[in-house]
Design a protein around this ligand. Structure first.
Ligand SMILES: NC(=O)c1ccc[n+]([C@@H]2O[C@H](COP(=O)([O-])OP(=O)(O)OC[C@H]3O[C@@H](n4cnc5c(N)ncnc54)[C@H](O)[C@@H]3O)[C@@H](O)[C@H]2O)c1
Length: 323
């Protein structure tokens, strides 16, 4: 049985969907916070609830008693921890949310993992822990150079996990995903923002004049990789990048979207924003060697699938409200 935290979020939702397709029992928890549309999150949960093997709890990870009770009620073999306050720019507006939902929440969860001797724990850190470097691709041994508070809180989580779960029987994996995109995406991230604005015939703001590069990684690949990782119990703590290792300029992403839609996109170019990385480009060599996953979806196919989902999605009003 799996416990997936942040199951109403973008990646957590896809993770649960895949596990349910593989016929596992899944308990999902999420506090359905309002960082972006609560109704959009509820919609994702309602899709998961169509499967009788899915059980949902609207719990906040900081509600210690509820979380304790949950671990007593179920025997989890795998815990996959996605719940977090994501986003780089919002970390300047509301740093407390990052401390609470990333550091405090992970700390409490890890105590339960330890206490209940969970066999396998996977924590979703982020590529943002690396910051900008002179050499690319970035491998797992590169130094932390966090450029924003979000990245700092992820580093704190990684450190506390290593410290608290050292010398325990729990097999631990810390994963660092790079710019994940796909259907049911996050409304505060580029692709869904782009599609929503095009739909409303509005201009799209593109920072750093579109010259920044991102190692876009398709969500189906990401959750498939995490699934394979969840099957591999290992006494060593493993840190793994999850990335396609094919960085692409934002301007080139826009060209691909234009071509698929056969429509010119109105763009307002702006300077680079503070805290944002110039390039994200990870090495996936360690990952490929570890689980033998090679077939990363190319960006054109991934975007085609995302756009097809967007065009067929009836409730677009669920994510039009963007902070
Ligand atoms: N999307 C990406 O490109 C990306 C890249 C690298 C790392 N990550 C990491 O992957 C994880 C999932 O990201 P996502 O894009 O799906 O984000 P998301 O915001 O869509 O999902 C996170 C979910 O966690 C829930 N949550 C937050 N705080 C909680 C708490 N205290 N208790 C219970 N639930 C809580 C939110 O309501 C949300 O549904 C996060 O840890 C994020 O930092 C994401």
């Amino acid at each position: 049985m799996y416990l997936v935290t942040g199951c109403a979020g973008f990646i957590g939702f896809h993770m649960c969907k895949l596990l349910l397709e593989k016929k596992y029992k899944v308990v999902g928890i999420d506090n359905l916070n309002s960082y972006y549309s609560e109704n959009y999150k509820k919609h994702r949960v309602s899709k998961l609830k169509n499967d009788k093997n899915f059980i949902f709890y609207k719990y906040d990870l900081n509600q210690k008693k509820n979380i304790q009770k949950l671990f007593l009620s179920y025997k989890f073999y795998n815990v996959i921890h996605f719940a977090a306050q994501p986003g780089v720019m919002y970390s300047y507006k509301n740093p407390k949310s990052y401390l609470r939902n990333n550091v405090d929440a992970t700390d409490l969860l890890v105590d339960q993992i330890k206490k209940n001797r969970i066999k396998h724990f996977i924590f979703s850190s982020s590529s943002s822990v690396y910051g900008d470097h002179k050499r690319y691709p970035i491998n797992e041994n590169f130094k932390f150079k966090p450029k924003n508070y979000y990245a700092k809180t992820k580093i704190t989580c990684e450190k506390l996990i290593k410290k608290k779960l050292k010398n325990t029987t729990t097999s631990v994996k810390i994963i660092r995903p790079f710019t994940v995109y796909g259907p049911y995406g996050r409304p505060d991230m580029l692709i869904l923002k782009l599609l929503s604005l095009i739909k409303r015939n509005k201009a799209v703001k593109i920072y750093d004049f579109g010259n920044q590069k991102r190692d876009f990684t398709f969500v189906d690949d990401v959750v498939h990789i995490i699934y394979l990782l969840s099957k591999k119990i290992d006494s060593n703590l493993n840190v793994l990048n999850i990335c396609a290792s094919r960085p692409i300029k934002i301007n080139d992403v826009i060209l691909i979207v234009q071509n698929i839609l056969n429509q010119k996109i109105k763009i307002n170019y702006e300077r680079k924003r503070k805290g944002e990385m110039k390039i994200t480009y990870g090495s996936n060599k360690k990952l490929i060697k570890y689980i033998n996953f090679k077939k990363f979806t190319n960006i054109k196919d991934g975007l085609k699938e995302t756009i097809k989902w967007f065009q067929n999605f009836k409730n677009k009003s669920l994510f039009i409200k963007i902070r």
